[in-house]
Design a protein around this ligand. Structure first.
Ligand code: HEM
Ligand SMILES: *[C@@H]1O[C@H](CO)[C@@H](O)[C@H](O)[C@H]1NC(C)=O
Length: 156
C-alpha cells in the first residue's frame, strides 16, 4: 500500500510520466479488460516507472535485522557469531554508481536505448541474500497488476 501511494503521488507530480504510462496501457491493454502479469513484458515504460517508484519510495530503508550464526569474514572485517546485521538499502538504492543522479525520479533509467526494460542488480527494495521479502516471490504468480489497475482507472 505504501508503494502504491508513492506511485500515485509521483503520477500527480510528474504528469508526463502518467501520460506515457496511460498511453502504454491504452496500447497494450486497451479499455475492455484488466491488466494481467503477462502484459508486463509488453509494457517496458510502465514497468520502468513502477521500478523507479520502488527505488525512490525506499519503504524499508534498513531492511530487517539479521544475525550471524557463525563467525565470518567480509570485506576485510571479522564479524563474530551473533552479530546483528542491517543492510542499508537506502545507500544502495541511491548509489550514484548504479543510479546516476539518484535524487531524480527518472523511469527512463531502467530502459535501454531500444526502450526495453533493463534489470539493475542494485535495485533491491526487497533486500538481498538468502532471505528476502516473501511477497517478492509471489509477483510472478499474481493475476492482477496492483499498480497498473488504479492508473488505468485514472483514464480520462
Ligand atoms: C513493495 C512492497 C514491499 C517491500 C518493499 C517489502 C520489503 C521487504 C523487506 C526489505 C523484507 C526484509 C527481508 C529480510 O529479511 O532481509 C521483507 C520481508 C518480508 N515481507 Fe515484504 N515487502 C513488501 C511487501 C510485502 C507484502 C505485500 C507482504 C505480504 C503480503 C510481504 C511479506 C513479507 C514477509 C512474510 C517477510 C519476511 C520474510 C522472511 O523473513 O522469511 N511483504 N519485505
Ligand atoms: C544509510 O545510508 C544513507 C545514505 O548513504 C545514510 O545517509 C545513512 O546514514 C545510512 N544509515 C545508517 C544507519 O548507517
Amino acid at each position: 500500500m505504501t508503494t502504491l501511494r508513492w506511485g500515485l503521488l509521483f503520477m500527480l507530480k510528474y504528469p508526463h510520466v502518467l501520460r506515457r504510462v496511460q498511453a502504454e496501457i491504452d496500447d497494450v491493454i486497451g479499455r475492455g479488460r484488466l491488466p494481467c502479469m503477462a502484459d508486463q513484458d509488453n509494457m517496458p515504460y510502465t514497468r520502468a516507472t513502477i521500478t523507479e517508484v520502488q527505488r525512490v519510495a525506499d519503504i524499508v530503508p534498513l531492511s530487517v535485522p539479521h544475525r550471524t550464526t557463525t563467525e565470518l569474514q567480509l570485506g576485510g572485517y571479522v564479524i563474530p557469531a551473533g552479530t546483528a546485521i542491517l543492510a542499508n538499502l537506502t545507500a544502495i538504492l541511491n548509489d550514484p554508481k548504479h543510479f546516476p543522479e539518484p535524487e531524480k525520479f527518472r523511469p527512463e533509467r531502467h530502459l535501454d536505448e531500444r526502450g526495453d526494460f533493463v534489470k539493475n542488480q542494485a535495485l533491491i527494495p526487497f533486500s538481498i541474500g538468502e532471505i528476502t521479502c516473501t511477497a517478492a516471490r509471489w509477483r510472478h504468480q499474481g493475476k492482477e497488476n496492483t499498480v497498473t489497475s488504479p492508473v488505468k482507472r485514472l483514464q480520462r
